[in-house]
Design a protein around this ligand. Structure first.
Ligand code: URP
Ligand code: ZN
Ligand code: ZN
Length: 474
């Protein structure tokens, strides 16, 4: 039999559908065979390890403009480094539309920033913040053709929010082009109202960020986004869902047969609003939107992951340094939670935390873990089966997990560009000990050994969930 470049021998190979002890033969960066007794120029002994597809994190912010005086903590080098250390081999950051700049020009700037800098593969979603005729009529359709097949829209944030009419217009373009719309669902006016009330009452500490964005504001917007998508008859992905009531809107829509997808994230499984209640400004480390909620909400998010209401599990990695005038502790941020930049780091911590809290603690199966962290995000966003599985012909993006390895999580394990992790001190059981990207070792025993620039850009197919066959004329 022909020799392989690399053989991963004798591990428990797990995909979203199956598990089996076998060898994997890798040739030319692809999985070339699954079998027994394979031989290769390099043999990696995987006995006693789990051999999983590399993680696909479909919700990540890197080097994104964040308002005056605020700088995101990660560039493509540090963001992809942390991803690789945490067992993720593909990330999907957002390209944020800038006012008066053609989207394609902004995209080119992101490509330039990423070029030669990445340790893992990268693909881009678009953020639509100003849906004018040029964008809707010309630019978006052309960009979808070119492999940018998903856009995120916001129902909140001063500079980003779209009104219902604008949302309908974007959804109509998605319907026309077969793109998938991702929605940040929180009610802008409700949050503004709450924020003003709290500030009037002198309640400006970081913990009031959570008070200002209650569950009901998320639930209402989730329901509205689903209703607008139903009107246009287009699939929709509700991202970063934090609580039961919002999850139930999605489940309700799914039970009615609507193509509504959901995403939850690490912070909604393991943090609560009490984490925002630290001494002084410490709570700013946990300020993100929607905010972490309570124990019951955590249970609901676990339930959504187990039962398939949530298709994907992401990090919503959106890193700002804490002890930094351009980060969480910017001068205005000290005056009110309103000015604390929203977002927390998590691209490296996502998989170890879900593995430990989910698989090791018996809340989910290994197959379910692979489904929500790799196969489903790859499928949902048009990268499957190149990414997200271990099958003949797939990219050899493979991670060896030691299910027994115990780690007390610290920022030094993650090495993103922030100066903290909101998950510091968590006891983790199960750790990614070897990360291969297209057959090349990027991380070995927690050491970064791969070359920067190994990661490449991935244009994407349309999501199968957005295929025309599934839709009727409205
Ligand atoms: O607080 C968050 N999640 N910031 C990132 C931007 C977003 O809404 O995804
Ligand atoms: Zn968002
Ligand atoms: Zn986000």
């Amino acid at each position: 039999m022909q020799e392989f470049d690399t053989v991963i021998a004798g591990g428990l190979v797990v995909t979203a559908g199956d598990r089996t002890v076998c060898d994997i033969g890798i040739r030319g960066g692809k999985v070339a065979a699954l079998g027994q007794g394979l031989t290769g120029r390099r043999v990696i002994d995987a006995s006693g390890k789990y051999v999983l597809p590399g993680g696909v994190d479909s919700h990540v912010h890197i080097a994104q403009p964040s308002g005056e005086g605020i700088v995101m903590a990660d560039d493509f080098e540090s963001g992809t480094r942390s991803a690789a250390l945490g067992g993720t081999t593909t990330i999907m950051p957002f390209c944020l539309q800038e006012r008066d700049v053609p989207m394609r020009q902004t995209l080119q700037a992101y490509h330039d920033k990423a070029e030669g800098e990445c340790y893992v593969d990268v693909s881009f979603h678009l953020i639509v913040s100003a849906p004018d005729n040029q964008l809707l009529g010309q630019d978006l359709p052309a960009l979808v053709e070119d492999g940018y097949t998903s856009f995120k829209i916001f129902m909140t944030y001063d500079d980003l929010k779209l009104n219902d009419r604008q949302i309908l217009d974007v959804m109509a373009v998605a319907r026309e082009t077969g793109a998938l719309v991702m929605v940040h669902a929180e009610n802008y006016d409700a949050i503004r109202f709450m924020t003003e009330q709290l500030e009037k009452a002198g309640r400006t500490a970081p913990r009031y960020h959570a008070t200002s964005r209650p569950k009901v504001a998320e639930r209402e917007a989730t329901h509205r986004a689903i209703s607008l998508a139903e009107l246009v008859d287009v699939p929709v992905m509700i991202v970063h869902v934090s609580n039961r009531e919002s999850m139930e809107q999605i489940r309700w829509a799914q039970q009615r047969g609507l193509p509504v997808l959901g995403e939850t994230c690490t912070q909604y499984l393991v943090l609560t609003e009490d984490d925002l209640d630290g001494l002084g400004m410490e709570g700013a480390k946990y300020v993100c939107s929607p905010p972490p909620r309570d124990r019951e909400s955590q249970e609901a998010c676990w339930e959504g992951l187990r039962t398939g209401v949530f298709t994907v599990f992401s990090s919503d990695h959106c890193p700002y340094r804490y002890d930094d005038e351009q980060g969480k502790l910017n001068p205005k941020g000290r005056s009110s939670f309103r000015w604390v930049p929203n977002g927390i780091p998590g691209v490296g911590a996502r998989l170890p935390i879900l593995f430990s809290e989910g698989v090791s603690k018996g809340r989910m199966t290994l197959e379910n873990f692979v489904a929500v962290t790799a196969a489903n995000p790859a499928r949902t966003y048009g990268l499957y089966p190149r990414k997200g599985t271990i099958a003949v012909g797939s990219d050899a993006d493979i991670v060896l997990w030691d299910p027994e390895r115990r780690v007390t999580l610290q920022h030094e394990h993650l090495r993103d560009g922030a100066d903290y992790t909101p998950y510091a001190g968590m006891e983790i059981t199960g750790w990614p000990v070897l990360t291969l990207v297209r057959g090349q070792t990027v991380v070995d025993q927690g050491e970064l050994v791969g070359a920067k620039g190994l990661g490449t850009y991935l244009p994407r197919d349309r999501s199968p969930f957005a295929s025309p066959a599934a839709r009727q004329e409205p």
